[in-house]
Design a protein. Structure first.
Length: 90
């Protein structure tokens, strides 16, 4: 092509690399949008994480209700710098 005669073989190498980078970016963007579009079971879905979280909370509540787990008081130095509105229940 005319580009090869003007810039030689190295210009085609640069253009080929830029084309590859551009194609990679477009394909990856479309893959991410496709994953976000899917309502369940995708890579960016939080269903599994939430189910593990809820299972752990249910287990902790069952242990607390049965008496297997109690609130252990924190050391005094851990609560010394906290104020009444820091959101920590001791």
């Amino acid at each position: 092509a005319g580009t090869q005669t003007i810039g030689g073989y190295s210009i085609l190498t640069v253009e080929g690399c830029l084309f590859g980078i551009m194609t990679f970016g477009i394909v990856m963007t479309l893959r991410v949008v496709g994953e976000l579009w899917r309502p369940a079971g995708g890579a960016y879905n939080v269903d599994q994480v939430l189910s593990v979280m809820v299972r752990g909370l249910e287990q902790e509540l069952d242990e607390r209700m049965s008496g297997k787990r109690t609130n252990v008081p924190l050391p005094r130095f851990a609560t010394a710098s906290l104020g009444p509105d820091d959101g920590m229940v001791v």
